[in-house]
Design a protein around this ligand. Structure first.
Ligand SMILES: [Zn+2]
Length: 146
């Protein structure tokens, strides 16, 4: 999957979650929440050595791919829930929600890709990126953070 679509999707969902639930939090908390959500958006592909993230930590990603297979354990609701529990256990529930939201968005986009196959087409992928970037613009213009 095109990692840019994962990042853009996670970013858009993170912005909506911030708008809906976390606006009263300090800007530092919101920034970490946002970064973790985007990281969650690419984290599940850690189980494939040729992914953007997998390339950066190649020995680990190859081991995960051999043990769990691509779209195995780290593409599961259990993994997302464990990510949430990790942050909850150290007292940062909001960060766990951000990371988990990103992971779940990633899994949703992967389902769209595997069910429809259309995102495998380069032109559809580019159009999807343009739509997601446009939605960011619409969010900032019409919904914003006030
Ligand atoms: Zn994936």
């Amino acid at each position: 999957m095109n990692y840019r679509i994962h990042i853009l999707s996670a970013s858009l969902v993170a912005l909506f979650l911030i708008k809906l639930f976390f606006l009263d939090e300090p800007i530092l908390i919101l920034t970490i929440f946002y970064i973790l959500a985007i990281f969650g958006g690419i984290l599940p592909d850690i189980d494939i050595g040729k992914s953007k993230l997998g390339k950066k930590i190649r020995p680990l990603s190859n081991i995960l791919q051999i043990i769990f297979g691509h779209r195995g354990a780290v593409h599961s609701i259990l993994f997302a829930f464990l990510a949430y529990l990790l942050f909850l256990s150290i007292g940062f529930e909001a960060f766990g929600i951000g990371l988990t939201a990103g992971i779940l968005v990633h899994m949703g986009v992967d389902v769209l890709e595997t069910k429809t196959k259309v995102l495998k087409l380069r032109i559809i992928s580019i159009i999807t990126e343009i739509i997601l970037v446009s939605l960011h613009g619409l969010f900032l213009i019409f919904i914003g953070f006030n």
